[in-house]
Design a protein. Structure first.
Lengths: 128, 352
């Protein structure tokens, strides 16, 4: 197997709902982008749910963006530790810190002492 | 257990990270609110993660007007990727007159449908069906001496042919009933068991050597917990023993009946019936002959077998429109209906 070419976006709509998706399987250390076209210009409404597959702890890194457009990219990367067999909710994410100049957002998965093994569900929240 | 007094709100903050929360557990039918004080009076920012570990429903209650100017649109039932229909068997006195009514639309709203049989108390009346709201009223036919003459079969035909009643339900002979006998008056009885969400039910087929003795065992309550159930057929190894069922936690042990020569005499149907009359076992599983098996074949001892395939069902839903669902105190009310099992609920507060 290999990591997906991009993370799948699951869009929440007001008063709507859906079956919780299985999530994208991550089994290799590396970066998986979230495509700009899938975000529809709403990168600041992105929420990630990362569930470690009971293999090893990992670190999820949402890379700093490019300035422009990410005027707050100087704050740096967002690093979130995910312990073995746990799940973390990350975000919503601030596009002004993490958006690349082509509109993508890069998420890097790094296992502790081996390949990362987790499932990722990416949700796009509706406008407030 | 009992429901929590309120749903716990977990606030999400931009660029923040938090552990996946421990859910609130709902195990009783009733309303539980997301409090305005926990959302900063922003019920419109609440998203829910609902996990069905059984047959359950959740509806967001319509708000008050004011402030909810769109409350007239009514409440909101969460999506129904796995729902089951409400049903009821109307069982008047006597044989061959039982009728099974099943809601045509799956989900909890079918539980609002009711049936009643009315004795008109007058002579020479025709069989008629009337629907008021979701109440189906069957006025029975009588002869010249005011005796009821409508048979179950005639009631079934009349209900199914009625434009509204036939839309709400499907009537059929209950198992074992021919429908040939007359019915009697029955007071208003609601359909029950309809649910908007139901976990996948664990199941196993026990197939001893021989014919017509395979049994499909299915967990009564849907969800992953059903995979913990085991079933064992045990040879008592002694003469003239009775068929018995014992349950320890989720382990069902069926000790088979024997004759004077210590030979097993229990058939598959015997085993199914014994489980169905043993409360602790009946609460865990239901049995049915497998495929075209008749169930008349004698079973043999079988090692414990675990049910498999049970799975919880999780829905992500919301946020919910404040102009439709906000109560006049700012709360968001969720009406839960628990047919069996329970529901896990996580309420997230989205940032503005």
């Amino acid at each position: 197997m290999a990591n997906p070419a991009k993370l799948t976006i699951n869009t929440l709509t007001a008063n709507g709902g859906f079956l919780r998706p299985a999530g994208d399987a991550i089994d290799t250390n590396g970066t998986v982008p979230i495509a700009a076209a899938d975000l529809g210009g709403a990168a600041s409404r992105l929420l990630l749910e990362v569930t470690e597959d009971n293999v090893r702890a990992l670190t999820v890194t949402i890379s700093r963006g490019d300035n422009p457009p990410a005027v707050r990219s100087g704050i740096g990367d967002i690093n979130v530790a995910v312990a073995k067999n746990t799940a973390r909710v990350i975000g919503p994410l601030d596009a002004s810190q993490i958006m690349k100049n082509d509109g993508t957002i890069n998420v890097t998965f790094t296992g502790t002492g081996g390949a990362a093994a987790c499932h990722v569900r990416a949700y796009l929240l509706p406008k407030a | 257990m009992a429901n929590p007094t309120k749903l716990t709100v977990r606030a999400l903050v931009p660029n923040g990270a938090r552990a996946w929360p421990t859910p609130d557990v709902i195990d009783t039918t009733g309303t539980v609110s997301v409090l305005a004080t926990d959302t900063g009076y922003h019920p419109d920012r609440v998203a829910l993660v609902l996990t069905a570990r059984g047959a359950v429903s959740a509806r967001v209650a319509p708000g008050d007007l004011p402030p909810s100017v769109r409350s007239g649109l009514g409440g909101l039932t969460v999506p129904q990727p796995s729902a089951r229909a409400a049903s009821v068997t109307i069982n008047p006195a006597g044989a061959n007159n039982d009728v099974l009514y099943t809601a045509n639309a799956v989900g909890s709203l079918g539980n609002d449908i009711s049936i009643c049989y009315i004795d008109p108390g007058a002579a020479s009346r025709a069989l008629t069906v009337d629907v008021r709201g979701k109440a189906i009223r069957v006025s029975l036919a009588t002869d010249a001496s005011k005796a009821i003459t409508s048979t179950a079969a005639q009631v079934i035909a009349a209900v199914n042919a009625h434009w509204m009643a036939g839309f709400l339900v499907t009537a059929a002979n209950a198992p074992g009933s021919t429908g040939a006998a007359a019915v009697t008056a029955v007071s208003e009885t609601h359909l029950a068991g309809g649910a908007d969400m139901d976990g996948a039910h664990a199941a196993v087929t026990i197939a001893p050597a021989g014919d017509n003795n395979d049994v499909d065992w299915t967990a009564v309550v849907g969800g992953a917990a059903g995979n913990d159930i085991t079933i064992e057929y045990e040879n008592p190894g002694a003469a003239s023993q009775a068929l018995t069922v014992t349950v320890v936690d989720k382990a069902i042990t069926i000790s088979l009946a024997t004759d004077g020569a210590s030979a097993i005499t229990s058939t598959a149907n015997d085993v199914i019936a014994k489980v169905a009359e043993t409360a602790a076992a009946k609460a865990l599983v239901t049995g049915a002959p497998h495929g075209t098996d008749t169930g008349a074949g004698v079973v043999t001892a079988m090692a414990p077998a675990a049910l498999t395939g049970g799975a919880d069902l999780t829905i992500v839903c919301g946020p919910f429109e404040g102009a439709r669902f906000a109560q006049d105190n700012g709360n968001l009310d969720i009406n839960f209906e628990i047919i069996n099992g329970k529901m896990d609920v996580i309420a997230f507060m989205l940032p503005g």
